[in-house]
Design a protein around this ligand. Structure first.
Ligand code: FAD
Ligand code: UDP
Length: 400
């Protein structure tokens, strides 16, 4: 009998498997794919270049706890991601900053002047609710149309006015010359890649791994006490309230017989082509190779669920699933798909670490209760009743 069945070997599942194994629990972790590491999976392609199977993954966090936790399983390379946007026939820094404006309009403004420039263009927005409000309220309609409207339409098949503010709010506007995509304290990449890091995380005698295995195939075949589910929450409940919408992507990879293809890690194409961006992996991984590999991202409706879609009606539908999830004992929903949150990797790690603490607290409460109940056993001859009296025990025993 396993103490835990963990469904999904991405960040959410693997962090919990590692923590629970360290706490002496027997864990079975399964994934329907043929590999661990979830969407962070990377591997060497046939030319020997390290690529990310599910699109570019750049690690960045402000959390010392998350960084220190992952550092137990990998060394790091420092990497500060820089993105250019192809706009009006020029390559300009994205997020929009002082350099972007000066290059785009052939100006020579300083920080104060660009601040005034933005203020003069910004539209009055009484309440910032949508992804359009965020941008037009800061930099005005012209820049919004050049950098955000087309990209967002491609990525989500929605106008920014139909998406929550949180989506475009991921990308700031700056009045300085900072060309970095992220400004987090820790901006690093695992020096041997993500998959190697996951291998170390899961390398523990208490962890058994089953790949090519879906939850549905084995749930009735395996004995376990508790379950951690990191797949789509609506799937877990057989879509009983209807399908939660997710956005998908198709990745097209290319390898070129030259050292470098483009001048930075990622180039965004907000207004041209069907793809949103091209990423050249060697910038991210620091690999030296005489060839170079790229990925093009083509957004689409069908396919693997990659992005929860932040809209009020979807949040309302997710709430219904969340309410069902909260009624289940010994069942935990963790990760981007299971909690329907547009989370980055570090946020998923933080969520998994805090779920582990919650589990530990619950277990120590149960233990305390068992001890507290002990004297009652003598005055309770019916063994079955005693077991039921111990909080969570009957449920722990067989979750199915
Ligand atoms: P996942 O990695 O999706 O893992 C869930 C696993 O569960 C999957 O392997 C799946 O196969 C398995 N599973 C699902 N259902 C079942 C089932 N029924 N039975 C068995 N197994 C099942 N984050 C960043 O911080 N930086 C980035 O640069 C970045 N770039 C990204 C780029 C793209 C294109 C995408 C899509 C995401 C990006 N992310 C990035 C987000 C990052 O991928 C996620 O935050 C992280 O991978 C989520 O981890 P997870 O464990 O919740 O989910
Ligand atoms: N976005 C945009 N233009 C850009 C970059 C981003 O309109 O050049 C918008 C778009 O809606 C995108 C969102 O901002 O989906 C978040 O961008 P991010 O780069 O964080 O997306 P991710 O890496 O998660 O796909």
């Amino acid at each position: 009998m396993f103490d835990y069945l963990i469904v999904g070997a991405g960040f959410a599942g693997s962090v919990l498997a590692e923590r629970l194994a360290q706490a002496d629990k027997k864990v079975l972790i399964i994934d329907k794919r043929n590999h661990i590491a979830g969407n962070a999976y990377d591997y060497y392609n046939k030319d020997g270049i390290l690529i990310h199977k599910y699109g570019p993954h750049i690690f960045h966090t402000n959390s010392k706890d998350v960084f220190e936790y992952l550092s137990k399983f990998t060394d790091w390379n420092h990497y500060q991601h820089k993105v250019l946007a192809s706009v009006d026939g020029q390559m300009v820094p994205m997020p929009i900053n002082l350099n972007t404006i000066n290059t785009l309009y052939g100006l020579n403004l300083n920080s104060d002047e660009v601040d005034h420039f933005f203020a003069s263009k910004a539209e009055k927005v009484s309440q910032v609710k949508t992804s359009e409000d965020v941008v037009v309220g800061k930099v005005g309609r012209e820049l919004y149309e050049k950098f955000f409207k087309g990209y967002t339409k491609k990525q989500w098949d929605l106008d920014p006015s139909e998406l929550d503010a949180s989506v475009t709010a991921r990308v700031p506007t700056r009045t300085n010359k900072d060309n970095r995509y992220f400004t987090d304290t820790y901006q690093v990449m695992p020096s041997e890649g993500y998959t190697k890091m996951f291998e170390k995380m899961l390398d523990h005698p208490n962890i058994k791994i089953m790949l090519n295995t879906s939850y549905q195939e084995i749930v009735d075949e395996i004995n376990f006490k508790k379950i951690i589910f990191t797949g789509p929450v609506d799937e877990y409940f057989n879509y009983c309230h209807g399908k939660l919408p997710y956005r998908s992507l198709e990745f097209k990879f290319e390898t070129h017989d030259k050292e470098t293809f483009q001048e930075t890690g990622t180039i965004n194409y907000p207004n041209d082509y069907a793809f949103t961006r091209i990423t050249e992996f060697k910038y991210l991984t620091h690999q030296k190779h005489h060839k170079t590999s790229l990925v093009y991202e083509y957004p689409k409706a069908e396919g693997d669920p990659y992005y929860p879609i932040p809209q009020p009606e979807n949040a309302a539908l997710y709430k219904k699933y969340k309410a069902k999830a909260e009624q289940l004992k010994n069942t935990y929903f963790v990760g981007r798909l299971a909690t329907y949150k547009y989370y980055n990797m570090d946020q998923v790690v933080a969520q998994a670490l805090s779920t582990f603490k919650k589990i530990q607290n619950e277990e120590s409460e149960n233990t305390t209760e068992v001890i507290a109940l002990k004297p009652a056993v003598t005055s309770f001859p019916n063994e079955e009743k005693v077991m039921v009296g111990i909080k969570g025990f009957a449920n722990n025993f067989n979750n199915k």
